[in-house]
Design a protein around this ligand. Structure first.
Ligand SMILES: [Zn+2]
Length: 133
């Protein structure tokens, strides 16, 4: 099962994209590239998804990365190379094509999950209020 924190991050991404009338396409859940030593296990462990970035303005892509790492960055996985905790990475490789890679950390602490579900409930409630207005 996909780590529920990925869905929390995705919900924030959808809200960001919706406000800017941008399309969101999930391109990969299990990438199939895990046999490569340089590729992280995040997809194989059901704690990552890829989102299409092509077609979005370059500036908006960078804004999304900064925004998600700010609001839900605490769910992020720590990069092997960078040593930084990040929940979204804008991958730009000629071979693999560009995309957003969303990843959450391996260890699920109940406290984190509880606060994440609280975040989600708050988001749903605030959106419900907007719909009623
Ligand atoms: Zn990925």
């Amino acid at each position: 099962m996909l780590d529920p924190r990925v869905l929390i991050v995705l919900t924030h991404l959808l809200a960001f994209a919706d406000a800017r009338h941008l399309e969101v396409t999930v391109t990969s859940i299990t990438s199939g590239r895990e046999h490569l030593a340089t590729v992280s296990q995040t997809h194989a462990e059901h704690r990552a998804i890829d989102i299409r970035s092509r077609g979005w303005p370059e500036k908006t892509k960078l804004e999304l990365v900064a925004y998600l790492n700010k609001v839900v960055g605490h769910y992020g996985a720590i990069g092997y190379v960078s040593g930084k905790r990040r929940v979204i990475i804008y991958e730009k490789y000629a071979a693999a094509g560009e995309h957003f890679h969303i990843q959450v950390s391996r260890i699920v602490k109940p406290k984190n999950l509880k606060s994440g579900l609280h975040d989600l409930a708050t988001l749903v409630n605030s959106n419900s209020r907007k719909l009623k207005e």
